[in-house]
Design a protein around this ligand. Structure first.
Ligand SMILES: CC(=O)N[C@H]1[C@@H](OP(=O)(O)OP(=O)(O)OC[C@H]2O[C@@H](n3ccc(=O)[nH]c3=O)[C@H](O)[C@@H]2O)O[C@H](CO)[C@@H](O)[C@@H]1O
Length: 364
């Protein structure tokens, strides 16, 4: 039989890239001979993160449509036509058996071109609402794997399969013994470690919160792994002069970061939430209020309603953060409860179920 050939496309932010990498890893695990190619958007995060994960990637000249009127939007039709043309060329050369899209504008032209060529296609939607690209693609694709109930609002119900979000393999089994992780981040083993995550791009408001509370964290006798995001790193990196603060622009070893953490403060992007469920540690969610349909707040609420995490509103941080944090840090019983409950919400088989669906598509 000829080698299996798969194209994965998605990107713009980590939320679309890491699910694609998790799916690619599972395909490779099942078919070590498979040829895998990624297609992303030029100058976006995927152009570094995908090769770092061991896969090759081609970049299209494409960017998202802004929800408001901008100059950038004017060049969009030209970018779209040029990317569709390039996508057709890529498909002609690579001849994939299947094309998988994980959302973000990067995946639009390629999946559209694959539909035009009658190549089987599957998309994966991470959020509780449909992204613009996935909505645009829904009619032409064969299968739509989702992570939330009620997605019939956006997609044809006959194509929907409820799988959950793919989580990278190395995050499915976090080391319970955190010695290696503590050493990796040059932390002190006798102190509690707080992991601060702002999503793949970093979060300005969370960074400012940490900055305001440097002394408070010292008084609480905790140490921090603080992921600022690339955009904000220069502004905050000097805080690493404090012995209890480790500043990183991006964490390449999320398995170690999760293993080191006793408590996690995080944005509530869909991928982060899915990972945090699998990891099963106490979490304080501070969702971004600036995303489409306020979906991060919905994500955070769906967890906190089950007594599985704490949800803090960004606008209430001044009044509520210190008390909430100090209260949780003292209360080991509550931490235990949150850990047990969040684990119950994990979907560790998501990647396997998606790859099963991909195999079915190819066979059909
Ligand atoms: C501001 C914004 O538009 N956010 C959206 C974006 O979030 P964002 O890109 O932040 O994505 P997620 O929270 O879904 O996932 C972040 C991913 O990046 C990884 N990671 C993060 C930080 C780091 O230092 N190292 C690292 O590897 C995480 O392990 C995770 O796999 O896509 C998500 C999925 O569509 C949406 O739900 C979010 O609302």
């Amino acid at each position: 039989m000829s080698k299996l050939k798969v194209i994965l496309s998605g990107g713009g932010t980590g939320g679309h890239i890491y699910p694609a990498i998790a799916i690619a890893d599972e395909i490779k695990r099942r078919n070590p001979e498979a040829e895998i190619l990624f297609v992303g958007a030029k100058n976006r995060m995927e152009m570094q993160k995908v090769p770092a994960a061991g896969y090759s990637i081609k970049g299209l000249w494409i960017s998202g449509i802004q929800r408001k009127l901008t100059l950038d939007n004017l060049s969009f039709p030209l970018k779209l036509i040029s990317s569709l043309f390039k996508s057709h060329q890529i498909l002609k050369q690579f001849k994939p058996d299947v094309v998988i899209g994980t959302g973000g504008f990067a995946s639009g032209p390629l999946l559209k071109a694959a539909n035009q060529k009658n190549i089987p296609t599957l998309i994966q939607e991470q959020n509780s609402y449909a992204g613009i690209t996935n909505k645009w693609l829904a009619k032409g694709v064969q299968k739509i794997c989702v992570a939330y109930e009620g997605m019939e609002k956006y997609f044809p119900s006959s194509k929907i399969q409820f799988t959950g979000n793919p989580v990278r393999q190395d995050l499915l089994k976090i080391d319970e013994n955190n010695e290696k992780a503590i050493a990796h981040f040059e932390l002190r083993p006798e102190k509690k470690t707080i992991l601060v995550l702002g999503g793949s791009l970093g979060a300005k408001k969370i960074n400012e919160l940490i900055e305001e509370n440097i002394v408070f964290f010292k008084e609480q006798n905790v140490q921090l792994i603080w992921q600022t995001g690339k955009l904000y790193y220069e502004k905050f990196k000097a805080y690493a002069a404090n012995e209890h603060i480790k500043v990183h622009q991006f964490l390449n070893e999320m398995d170690l970061a999760y293993a080191a953490a006793d408590l996690i403060i995080s944005r509530a992007g869909a991928g982060s939430v899915s990972e945090l469920c699998v990891v099963g540690k106490p979490v304080i969610f501070i969702p971004s209020p600036n995303v489409a349909e306020d979906h991060q707040t919905k994500n955070a609420r769906s967890i906190s309603q089950n007594n599985a995490a704490i949800y803090l509103k960004e606008s209430a941080l001044k009044e509520e953060f210190k008390n909430t944090f100090a209260g949780l840090l003292k209360n080991e019983k509550k931490q235990q409860e949150l850990s047990e409950n969040i684990k119950k919400m994990a979907k560790p088989n998501a990647t396997k179920d998606i790859v099963d669906a991909v195999e079915k598509l190819i066979k059909a």
